[in-house]
Ligand binder design. Structure first.
Ligand code: MG
Length: 256
């Protein structure tokens, strides 16, 4: 091979760029709601996260009694148990900003037509058993595909079997495990893409960050709202931080 010196230099530079760890990315936890005075997991919170140019906006998904997907965190809203209530009843629920309780479909469509902010879909663990968690998983993947947002959607879940099911049904999807009880080696062996652990887990197991990076696993921590912890994680080259304070984290990262 006869490479010109200029081409050789270009190839070496590209290789070095590849080796350089990328900057920590910001994920708005349940959207950017806290400093914008909108309800968490509302479409307005997602829109604020997009306006901030966050890398990702996280949200939580449950299944109604008649198997329609809704976005909210808790298992109940205004005293109504999500999994035991029909979609028709749930659609009457209003959030504090006047929005209807969002269906996953309306939420995904609101996040479509942009590529700046990834949709970080948390599949909640059903209170009605494993089969229903797995049914929820399949419904999420089908709807993400149907609405055309698969290329901007990543998945997180506390249930390890749910994570495995996502990889089985959507092998190219990025899946991070939330529960904090698996080593990077175990995640890599299982074929998952990385972890999203509570920051206290990473403070107790600091070597998991470097171990995960060496295995090309992605690293993320929740829910990091204090500057000291943000800086502790940034200094250890974490890939992503999930926070209720995306504005503050963006400011810290922009100063670096
Ligand atoms: Mg969540």
């Amino acid at each position: 091979m006869n490479l010109s010196p200029l081409l050789l230099l270009l190839l070496i530079s590209l290789n070095m760029m590849d080796e350089e760890p990328s900057k920590t990315k910001v994920i708005a936890h349940r959207g950017a709601w806290k400093n914008t005075n909108v309800p968490e997991n509302s479409i307005a919170a997602l829109q604020h996260a997009i306006a901030l140019k966050c890398y990702g906006s996280e949200f939580d998904v449950h299944l109604s009694a008649d198997s329609v997907l809704f976005v909210l965190h808790d298992h109940t809203i205004q005293g109504i148990p999500i999994e035991k209530t029909t979609a028709a009843e749930l659609s009457k629920v209003k959030l504090s900003n006047g929005e209807s309780l969002p269906t996953l479909e309306s939420y995904l469509l609101a996040g479509k037509n942009q590529t700046q902010t990834r949709l970080i879909l948390e599949i909640k663990t059903s209170q009605l058993g494993k089969a229903r968690s797995l049914a929820l998983t399949k419904k999420c993947i089908d709807l993400v595909s149907k609405t055309g947002v698969a290329t901007i959607t990543d998945y997180i879940a506390f249930d390890f079997d749910v994570c495995l099911q996502v990889k089985k049904l959507a092998p190219t999807a990025q899946v991070q495990y939330l529960n904090g009880d698996k080593t990077p080696e175990q995640l890599a062996t299982a074929g998952l893409d990385g972890f999203d652990y509570h920051f206290s887990v990473l403070k107790r197991n600091e070597h998991w960050l470097s171990d995960a990076h060496a295995r090309h696993l992605s690293t993320n921590a929740w829910t990091v709202n204090e500057e000291e912890t943000m800086r502790w994680l940034i200094n250890r080259k974490i890939n992503m931080i999930t926070t209720n304070e995306p504005e503050q984290l963006l400011k810290i990262l922009n100063q670096q």
